[in-house]
Design a protein around this ligand. Structure first.
Ligand code: NAD
Length: 482
């Protein structure tokens, strides 16, 4: 008898229970050697007042099995509740979100018959760090955090994935023409890592024109690696233009744990009607079987599913007169897949997974040495609504501590002092930059003394950012217009 592999399962909200039941029935029919621990997540847990949407005991199951098959949940809108999806990905270190978006022409209607793109989205950082603050009456802020190890893990994963699945090219999407430090780091690490994979083509696109190209000519892309927010947006677009968001599965992979899901949400309006397409979650489950080394079962399920599509057995979301043969519900679709286990598609390309794919993508980070860091100034952010940029500049220019003095003021990033122009719109949120001439080092005590004087003069300091050089190079952005 085969040893059973434990998997944690959550049925989720909305259409979640229906598509999970359909998926598990197919996994049972293929005799996948799995045993399930069920946990409760989502709406009911939020309603019990747990703002994380998950019971503390559920983490024990996840940490024990290290494999999570998760149906979509409904995230309550607005303040107080944190997205469980984001929390789970981060708590379990699931840094790589792998979203294959494939067209199934001519059986599923699409404008892009040759599309076969895998989006590899960074899953732990970027604006999804979820660190937000209201700082003044008029301004709120969200921190975009990008780390070198975070970039290196996801970029290496993308190249390893390309090698493992015989993909020819990895494309990086960033917006580093604007975010030179954060997206700039992602791009830089991409170039460093790409140089180690001469067998795989590499390229970089600015995200705006890159995603326009992807929406227009997706066959120009193969594997796309990109930071968290961009990846979230473009993978929904990619899945939709391939045929339907209801068709795409998603794997969230970490060094120790993994989570598998559909890319779509809980579609509450379709809940309880036996109409939802279970394909996204089923393809997530196929990725799970591959990850667990159950290549034979993964191959059988995937091919039976392709054959079902090919036979025109379609749920409402992909049903089309002239293409489809029969419109079926969630349960009947699962029955059709089960009836085809062991069959192969004849027109769509059959898949063949190998046991070698088991958990096999490991990523080893390069050692880096700490740089010589020096503090050369400070950005002091003020909440101030008493007058013009010129007036603020004039009232701050005499605050000095040693060499440390006012260098410039910006409002929402654009320089407004000295030499601002009246056309620039200003809010009540001012960044006042104090540095030495030629960025010579200062002590933190000098900064504290300066801040203390500004505070005593009645200014409302919201926060500060130290200005540093690393190995002598300034490591902060200039003001726009500087
Ligand atoms: P959604 O993906 O749930 O649904 C959008 C529309 O797509 C639906 O109205 C439906 O017409 C269609 N659709 C989606 N999945 C389908 C399927 N399997 N079969 C047939 N049609 C399908 O997006 P939404 O309405 O913006 O979000 C609903 C809830 O889901 C929200 O609370 C959101 O926060 C949550 N959500 C959860 C996850 C997750 O758990 N991973 C992901 C995204 C959204």
């Amino acid at each position: 008898m085969k040893t059973l592999i434990p998997v944690t399962v959550a049925y989720g909200d909305g259409i979640g229970p229906e598509i999970m039941e359909a998926t598990l029935r197919i996994l049972n029919a293929v005799e996948a050697p799995l045993t399930y621990e069920t946990i409760e997540i989502g709406e009911k847990v939020y309603q019990r007042g747990l703002s994380a949407g998950i019971e503390p005991q559920a983490w024990e199951s996840l940490r024990r099995t290290k494999v999570f098959l998760k149906a979509p949940i409904t995230t309550p809108q607005g303040g107080g509740f944190k997205s469980l999806n984001v929390t789970t990905r981060k708590m379990l270190g699931l840094y790589a979100n792998v979203r294959p978006c494939v067209s199934y022409h001519p059986f599923v209607d699409t404008k892009h018959p040759k599309m076969d793109v895998v989006i590899i989205r960074e899953n732990e950082e970027d604006l999804y760090a979820g660190i937000e603050h209201q700082q003044t009456d008029e301004v709120v802020q969200c921190l975009k955090i990008i780390s070198r190890p975070g970039c290196e893990k996801i970029v290496r994963y993308a190249f390893e994935y390309a090698r493992q699945y015989n993909r020819r090219k990895v494309t990086c999407f960033t917006k580093d023409n604007i975010m030179k430090l954060t997206d700039g780091l992602f791009h830089k690490v991409f170039e460093e890592v790409a140089a180690e994979y001469p067998d795989i083509e590499n390229e970089h696109w600015i995200i705006d024109i890159g995603s326009a190209k992807m929406a227009d000519t997706p066959e120009a892309f193969d594997v796309i690696v990109t930071p968290n927010l961009y990846g979230d947006v473009i993978s929904d677009i990619a899945a939709q233009i391939a045929g339907s968001v209801g068709l795409a599965g998603s794997a969230n992979i970490g060094q120790q744990c993994a989570m598998f899901e559909a890319i779509h949400g809980s579609a509450p309006r379709r809940a309880g009607q036996n109409v939802a397409n279970p394909s996204g979650l089923l393809l997530g489950a196929v990725q799970m079987l591959v990850y667990l080394g159950l290549a034979e079962e993964a191959t059988k399920v995937h091919n039976a599913w392709l054959k079902t599509l090919e036979d025109g057995i379609h749920t409402y979301d992909i049903y089309k007169e002239g293409i489809s043969r029969e419109q079926v519900g969630t349960r009947e679709f699962a029955d059709a897949v089960i009836a085809r286990l062991g069959q192969q598609p004849t027109q769509l390309k059959p898949v063949q997974y190998t046991a070698a794919a088991k958990k096999s993508i490991t990523v080893n980070l390069k050692q880096t040495t700490a740089a010589q860091k020096a503090t050369v100034g400070v950005d002091i952010f003020l909440h101030w609504k008493k007058g013009s940029a010129e007036q603020l500049g004039e009232s701050l220019k005499d605050f000095r501590n040693g060499e440390l003095g006012l260098n410039m003021i910006t409002n929402r990033g654009v320089k407004v002092y000295p030499g601002g122009i009246p056309e620039t719109f200003c809010t009540d949120h001012w960044r006042c930059r104090f540095t030495t001439e030629e960025f010579r080092p200062v002590t933190y005590q000098q900064i504290l003394t300066l801040m203390s004087e500004i505070n005593t003069a009645g200014f409302d300091i919201i926060k500060t950012e130290n200005l540093c050089t690393f190995d002598g190079k300034p490591a902060f952005s200039l003001g726009q217009g500087q």
